[in-house]
Design a protein around this ligand. Structure first.
Ligand SMILES: NC(=O)c1ccc[n+]([C@@H]2O[C@H](COP(=O)([O-])OP(=O)(O)OC[C@H]3O[C@@H](n4cnc5c(N)ncnc54)[C@H](OP(=O)(O)O)[C@@H]3O)[C@@H](O)[C@H]2O)c1
Length: 248
């Protein structure tokens, strides 16, 4: 059975990734901040208890990352989905209303910015580093960074959807994550790894809000088809859920 580590599996896209990978026979290591409060995930464990392993992983707490990696022993991991991410500290809502009223130039909260950076970039990179031996021992050697078109400098500069402006904390951390992806792809290419950044589209989750375009099941189904079909030829690519190549 192939195995996958998924962060942020408590709700939203991470929970849907977990559901769909379990349904297709994968062994899932699901990371959540507070396992005791992950009721929706626990419900999946009831149905698929043998292949679902729930772990405490808080990306802002590097000790929890080291503890998780050590707890895996020498188990091989085929695929890492770095899904967990935040848009802000506290409010986390992409709705049209919020999008133009938070993270506005001149009113930026720099402490919150550092916290978003710690989770989206440092924690994600730290977890990936900690799992490299496990991924090297796996068959697929795939690392997926769940990024966003909001992290594309080209999309921001050309003013295509979404238009540039605002959302400094979120955009800058996803742009940094994109650079980590591209750089890691260069470092790991000779080891036969496939490292990609993936844009899920605008999805109806707590972060995406009710106005978003896609149902989580559609976005995640598209992403899984694309990720499982990706090969080393895709190493270092930025890809949308529907398979379209995105500009950095
Ligand atoms: N939804 C969209 O439209 C959209 C668009 C583009 C990109 N994305 C990206 O897709 C990913 C998933 O987004 P989503 O829509 O599913 O968001 P969501 O509904 O807000 O869920 C975020 C998940 O991340 C977890 N998380 C937050 N901080 C964490 C930390 N420090 N350590 C570990 N886990 C943490 C949350 O755990 P708790 O439940 O404990 O808070 C939750 O499970 C994110 O990286 C996001 O940036 C989403």
């Amino acid at each position: 059975m192939p195995s996958v580590v998924i962060t942020g599996a408590n709700r939203g896209l991470g929970l849907e990734f977990t559901r769909q990978f379990l349904a297709t026979g994968w062994t899932v290591h699901a990371g959540v901040r507070r396992p005791a409060q992950a009721a929706n995930l626990a419900a999946l464990a009831d149905a698929e208890s043998l292949r679902l392993n729930i772990h405490a992983i808080d990306l802002s707490d590097f000790v929890s990352i080291e503890r998780f990696a050590a707890g895996l022993g020498d188990a091989p991991i085929d695929l890492l989905i770095n899904n967990a991410g935040i848009m802000d500290v506290g409010a986390s809502d992409f709705s049209e209303k919020n999008r133009h009223s938070i993270q506005v130039l001149g009113l930026l909260d720099h402490e919150a910015w550092a916290e978003v950076f710690r989770t989206n970039v440092l924690g994600t990179t730290s977890l990936t580093e900690a799992l490299l031996p496990h991924l090297a021992a796996g068959k697929d050697r795939k690392i997926v960074m769940i990024s966003s078109i909001m992290g594309s400098i080209t999309a921001c500069a050309t003013g295509s959807f979404p238009p540039g402006g605002g959302l400094y904390l979120y955009r800058s951390t996803k742009a940094a994550l994109n650079m980590v992806t591209r750089n890691m792809a260069a470092d790991l290419a000779r080891g036969g790894f496939t490292v990609i950044a993936v844009n899920p589209g605008w999805v109806r989750t707590d972060m995406g809000g009710a106005d978003a375009m896609f149902d989580p099941a559609i976005s995640v189904g598209n992403m899984i088809a694309m990720i499982t079909g990706a090969t080393t030829a895709d190493n270092g690519s930025f890809i949308s859920h529907d398979g379209a190549r995105l500009p950095w």
